[in-house]
Each structure stands twice: as C-alpha cells, then as structure tokens.
Write a protein that binds this ligand. Structure first.
Ligand SMILES: [Zn+2]
Length: 168
C-alpha cells in the first residue's frame, strides 16, 4: 500500500512527511507526547516506520493488522530505467526541436531584412535546417519520411510536367 494509506491506518495527522502518529505498541490512543510519537516516512519505494521509544517496525505493523509487505508500494507510474531514459531523451529532443524552430524563424526573417548579410544568414539557415532535420529524424521519423515521400512525389510530378511541356 502507499505511504499515504499506511499513515491512514495509524490515524496519522497532518500532510507533511514524516507523518506523526500514536505508536500502537507503547502508547495508548489519545495519549500524545510529541517527542514519543511514531514517525512514518515515505521513502522512494517503501514506507519506513520509526518509533523513538524503540518499538520494532514488525510489532508496530502487527498491532494494526499489517506486515512488512504492506510497506512496499506498487507504483504504476514508476517506469523501468530504459523507459525512463527513452522518455527523458524524447523530452530533450522536443525541447531542441522547439528551440531550433524558433531560431529558424528568426534567421529567415533576418535574411529577408539584412540585405548586406544575406550570405551569412543563408549559411546559418542551412546549418539550423540540418540540425532540425537530425532532431526530427530521431524524434518523429515517420512524419519526416512522409514529408520526404511527398517532396519526392512533387518533384516527380514537376519533372513529368516539364517533359510533357517539352514534348508538346
Ligand atoms: Zn513505540
């Protein structure tokens, strides 16, 4: 069960961790000595109980009908390391794509307005387009492939059109 549910079993109060509760082994309900209350910690993948009076976690759990197994979480949202890595990579790529698209828009605008530096901005645009292609190739390959196929079709259509125009 979650640390939250475990804390509820002990009628713990408050929202901060560690939650404080009356220790069912050495204290009686209603008896509250703040320095002697049970502390319930929400560790990374399990709850941890600590009693300042030295009661054993197993005894504390048994007092409310639980065992150590109830301190383990089953977190559905928890990802396997490879999944986590892949997700992080995707986030990085998405951020890179956004940044490159912004840069591209700026450079295209500068190329159009700064007449004296057109070659410079044209080179910058080429570099950004290349980087953007690489990022998108990893992030959304299917979409990029579709775009390439479309370009290919248009190019073929243009070539065919040219041939027809010449032979006509
Ligand atoms: Zn205790």
């Amino acid at each position: 069960m979650t640390a939250e549910a475990l804390a509820d079993k002990f009628n713990a109060k408050g929202r901060k961790w560690p939650r404080r509760a009356v220790c069912p082994v050495h204290q009686r309900q209603g008896q509250r000595y703040p320095s002697l209350t049970l502390a319930i910690y929400a560790d990374e993948d399990r709850s941890r109980l600590w009693c300042p009076a030295g009661c054993k976690a197993d005894d504390i759990l048994a007092a409310v009908g639980l065992t150590w197994k109830d301190t383990i979480y089953v977190q559905r949202e928890r990802l396997a390391p490879e999944e986590y890595k892949a997700q992080r990579r995707k986030q990085e790529l998405r951020a890179a794509k956004e940044s490159l698209e912004r840069q591209l828009g700026l450079v295209i605008m500068l190329r159009a307005t700064e007449k004296g530096k057109q070659a410079y901005w044209a080179a910058a645009e080429k570099r950004i387009r290349h980087e953007l292609f690489c990022v998108r190739w990893e992030l959304e390959r299917e979409k990029v492939e579709e775009e390439i196929m479309q370009l290919w079709d248009w190019k073929q259509a243009a070539i065919n059109h040219g041939r027809k125009a010449r032979t006509a």
